[in-house]
Design a protein around this ligand. Sequence first.
Ligand code: ADP
Ligand code: MG
Length: 238
Amino acid sequence: MASIELKDVEKWFGEVQVIKGVDLAIEEGEFVIFVGPSGCGKSTLLRMIAGLEGTSRGQIMVGDRDATAEPPSKRGLAMVFQSYALYPHMSVAENMGFSLKAAGVKPAERERQVAEAARALRLEEYLDRRPRDLSGGQRQRVAIGRSIVREPTAFLFDEPLSNLDASLRVEMRYEIAKLHQTLKSTMIYVTHDQIEAMTLADRIVVLSAGQIAQVGTPKELYEHPANLFVAQFIGSPK
Ligand code: ADP
Ligand code: MG
């Protein structure tokens, strides 16, 4: 059973169609990356999966549920926001446990889930610190930790590293790869950075003007690009 499946999904903003007949089955535990030039519809497609944008046509399945009409909170997916969204006056543990507290989860259970997330992200030593006393990379990990505690079916990332400087970007790329190995959760990740896509993805989905140009492993796309657009985007020698 696919973890997330898009069936002939389309999106119109008024008269303008930005997503056109997208079919895609994402397996449980898969790391799938959407790439493509600016404006091709990557964020819109991710936001539709999250439920932050409505679907004009087609179906979005989460597990065996039709989630097309479900609000974001019902889908069990976590959109990972960037680290600037941390609460400055709360400790790392409080930041990570906040959504659980808001959902009425009891303190003992909250503590267990926060401890587990902190272990996965190697943040155990920092649970009592405030965000301002952390490095940029640690803050980004706390931002991810806030989603992990909710034990989502899948993580959705929209260019999470685009505002970071080059060295932190390399560090976080490594962190995210390790996190995927540890959690083994489904991850859907948007980037316009080919290197990020080639190093992180199990499968890459190349989007062009709201349509899928090609889907494949990094190796498949590199060695057998379906057309010149994909070849140029992936940087393969066609
Ligand atoms: P990407 O993330 O690949 O850069 P987007 O998904 O943000 O692309 O945008 C795809 C297209 O949809 C663009 O032409 C953009 O201008 C348009 N678009 C995105 N959001 C809206 C909106 N809320 N209203 C109207 N047009 C939008
Ligand atoms: Mg975008």
